[in-house]
Unconditional design. Structure first.
Length: 328
């Protein structure tokens, strides 16, 4: 009964938001010049539950995300199974065309440290596995507020270390979006600081590098994205409390020297744009090989929403090419 109530509630919330969006669009046109009706509808459908969760809380938002079906047009081309690395549950995705690929992608999902799972990121994981001809190992790290910092990081480090005991680091790359992108950076820094060999590369999709950032794109891009500063700061506090400025959380402040080549993607209309650009510049100054792409008019995580946002497909394909080349 609880699931039914939640489903009815979220349908009402999203339906109302979509009606307002359509009325505004008919009067004033799209919010951004390139946005099709499909793109704007997708953003509205993502934003409405986020806004509503400010009243209903993280537990309600998890219920909502658990109810939403995640499909992938390439699902039949992969095998999925639960595995454990470093006593951490992971979802392994292997292309059927190559059941023993030499490449391995270690995937870290986003969700502000408080929501998300490998299953929620299934479409992106499947697309990466098929496109890169790689096994994808997606880590199911512990979430806040039940498990506070550094629980998520500890799980990622433990799982990656265990994976690297089985696979040569030269054939492993990382990929992660939003908080998962930040966890990719923090995980690499943890291995580097321990004197361990690092994976060959990392693809960072809209990495959340400065959780307490204010001003700039955090304000100017808020009308075009599906989150806002109040929501994100609340999640950062749920995860790290007063430690949100720790460089393992605010990776913009981390020592980035010695990291492997990074692909960094950002949307020009997302609230995190400025901090992502600042992170890319800091990485370059630390002599890291950085490939930066900023997509015009796009909001946060558009590329991992490739199933519903058309512009996400070419962005994800660019990342797949990067990963294939770095693991050649």
């Amino acid at each position: 009964m609880s699931r039914v109530r939640t489903l009815v509630e979220v349908i009402a919330v999203v339906g109302s938001a979509q009606a307002r969006m359509l009325a505004r669009r008919l009067r004033h046109g799209p919010r951004r010049p390139s946005w099709s009706l499909q793109t704007e509808a997708a953003l509205t459908a993502m934003r409405a539950p986020m806004d509503h969760s400010k009243r209903r809380g993280v537990a309600w938002l998890r219920e909502v995300t658990a109810l939403l079906p995640v499909r992938s047009p390439q699902r039949a081309q992969v095998r999925l199974r639960d595995v454990r690395f470093g006593d951490v549950r992971c979802l392994e995705c292997t292309p059927l065309a190559d059941p023993a690929p030499s490449r391995t992608i270690f995937h870290i999902h986003g969700g502000g440290y408080v929501i998300g799972s490998p299953e929620m990121s299934l479409d992106a994981i499947v697309r990466i596995a098929v496109g890169a001809g790689a096994r994808v190992v997606a880590v199911d790290y512990r979430l806040a507020p039940e498990h506070r910092f550094p629980a998520a990081l500890d799980d990622c480090v433990a799982a990656l270390r265990a994976l690297l005991r089985e696979v040569d680091a030269s054939q492993v790359a990382l990929a992660g979006d939003s908080a998962g992108g930040a966890l990719c950076v923090a995980t690499l820094c943890s291995l580097r600081d321990a004197g361990e060999r690092l994976p060959a590369a990392a693809a960072l999709f809209c990495p959340w590098t400065d959780p307490l950032a204010d001003g700039g794109s955090m304000i100017s891009n808020e009308p075009f994205d599906f989150g806002d500063r109040a929501l994100l700061v609340g999640w950062a506090r749920d995860y790290a409390g007063d430690g949100a400025s720790d460089p393992r959380v605010t990776v913009l402040a981390a020592n980035l020297a010695g990291l492997p080549p990074l692909l960094i993607q950002a949307g020009d209309a997302e609230i995190l744009r400025d901090q992502i650009l600042a992170f890319a510049e800091r990485a370059r100054k630390a002599s890291v090989d950085v490939t930066l792409h900023v997509e015009p008019d796009m909001f946060h995580d558009w590329q991992v929403q490739a199933g519903i946002v058309p512009a996400g497909v070419p962005a994800l394909e660019d990342a797949i090419r990067f990963l294939r080349e770095r693991l050649a």
